[in-house]
Ligand binder design. Structure first.
Ligand SMILES: Nc1ncnc2c1ncn2[C@@H]1O[C@H](COP(=O)(O)OP(=O)(O)OP(=O)(O)O)[C@@H](O)[C@H]1O
Length: 444
């Protein structure tokens, strides 16, 4: 080989090594400058074939000019020996230019006549395989438009650290597959259902909430129906902890009384909720963490029937009215099936925040995510045991997302509970009757 060849080989090797290093150490800029333009060109260039293969094209009559009559190749060709022919061509949906996203790209399409976003969602897996990407998600924010969002690699395989919370009652507990933050915001979505089989990551999420809420002026209450093994280590930061159904019943009675009391305060002040009260009158918000929800409803014999009915009614009342009076629920459970009784179904209707980790039975997934897109159910059933913390989340924007919670060990949650123990208001103080008469300064 001549010197020139060696020189060219050396340059090529240096460029390849440079690109590899760039991709390895600063993937985002590499993706924007090198990866994305290549992918965008490939996607645009392959769109006709991909759309055809996925059944997203429509036949339309077109005039076609050819210098070789009879050689026009298209499906359903009307072969006539003329240079201008009217033939049926496969028309693909119009595609805008793809745009880069943090973990891939997105592109907007114009649907063809008779098509709905569901047609595209049905073939999302085919699209992902055709383009060699991890997943393609379909959404539509405007009639006649469909947005495809492709993720190149599963962004949820990496585990991240919990960031500090900056807003009251708002905790960034994980990351969505889009790369965006997964936020549990009790002021916007007051009550949550968190379902998942054992070892699916439910407690990890509760830990993330404890770490996020511990530094905030919030009263935390634990209902730990695993006999207290989950929440007892966090007791220093909890204002109240119930570890049996009887204790939960007592605490729920307290919460109902608290709610009634706060109703009175709001009525006197002409406020619709505690957030409209003047800061001096505004009571502390209460977040109730429930672990093993099903235990509240399981009946060993008929003697427990009345106790279960009472507990279930009180929990439902808290769920129905709690939002306005600053009482929020976060209910975790392995099974949330309708066989547990009508109380669970009614509670579910009140919980607009839905999180479904890996589950063992399809009914729990259906019960948790039931009224969402059926694709969300399929996605929930496909969560692998090797990725604990991955869940399907119904979000505030009415969409569903795959997400993964940040890893928060029990030790980290315990540390936060001890570090912020001083911020836990005593339950007696939380329960202390609120003034039902407005102070003069407030009435003036
Ligand atoms: N987001 C995550 N990232 C990494 N590891 C996680 C994540 N969530 C959970 N894990 C790990 O998975 C295991 C099970 O998690 P966790 O205890 O939260 O599950 P669980 O659903 O509460 O189980 P159980 O019902 O048995 O208590 C733990 O070892 C935990 O460290």
């Amino acid at each position: 080989m001549s010197d020139q060849h060696w020189w060219a080989l050396g340059v090529l090797a240096a460029v390849a090594a440079g690109l590899w290093a760039w991709r390895r150490w600063h993937y985002r800029s590499f993706w924007l400058v090198v990866g994305f333009p290549i992918v965008a060109i490939t996607v645009r260039a392959s769109w006709r074939k991909v759309a055809l293969g996925c059944g997203l094209t429509k036949k339309r009559q077109r005039f076609w000019f050819t210098t070789v009559p009879g050689l026009v190749s298209s499906t359903g060709v009307i072969r006539v020996k003329r240079r201008f022919q009217r033939i049926a061509v496969d028309t693909k949906p119009f595609m805008w230019l793809p745009l880069p996203t943090r973990h891939g790209w997105r592109v907007t399409l114009h649907t063809l006549e008779g098509q709905i976003p569901g047609d595209y969602a049905d073939v999302a897996e085919r699209l992902a395989h055709s383009w060699g990407v991890h997943a393609v998600r379909v959404s539509s924010d405007k009639p006649g438009r469909v947005r495809l969002a492709a993720t190149m690699r599963d962004p949820l395989v990496t585990v991240d650290q919990l960031p500090a919370s900056t807003e009251l009652l708002k905790v960034t507990v994980g990351r969505l597959e889009t790369g965006g933050p997964w936020v549990v915001d009790f002021k916007t979505v007051p009550h949550w259902l968190n379902a998942g089989a054992t070892q699916s990551g439910k407690s990890n999420l509760a830990n993330a909430l404890i770490v996020g809420l511990a530094p905030q002026p919030v009263a935390l209450v634990g209902f730990d129906l695993k006999g207290g093994v989950e929440f007892t280590p966090y007791a220093p930061r909890l204002s109240a902890l119930a570890t049996s159904r009887a204790e939960c019943g007592g605490l729920l009675d307290d919460l109902v009384a608290l709610m009634t009391d706060r109703m009175g305060v709001c009525r006197m002040a002409g406020a619709r909720n505690i957030w409209q009260l003047p800061p001096t009158l505004r009571p502390v918000p209460v977040v109730v963490l429930v672990d093993e929800l099903a235990e509240l409803y399981l009946m060993a014999d008929k003697s427990e029937k009345d106790e279960i009915a009472k507990t279930s009614t009180a929990l439902l009342r808290v769920a129905q009215l709690g939002r306005a009076f600053g009482i929020y629920l976060f209910c975790c459970g392995q099974r949330i099936g309708s066989d547990l009784g009508p109380g669970v179904t009614a509670l579910r209707a009140q919980c607009s925040g839905r999180i479904c980790h890996r589950v063992n039975d399809p009914e729990t997934a259906t019960m948790t995510l039931g009224d969402l897109d059926p694709a969300a159910l399929d996605s929930a059933r496909a969560i692998a045991a090797e990725t604990p913390g991955v869940a399907i989340v119904a979000s505030q924007d009415g969409q569903w997302y795959r997400a993964r919670s940040f890893y928060v060990s029990e030790a980290a949650a315990e540390y936060a509970a001890h570090a912020y123990a001083g911020l836990a208001p005593a339950w007696a103080d939380v329960m202390a009757a609120q003034p039902h008469e407005l102070p003069d300064s407030q009435t003036a």
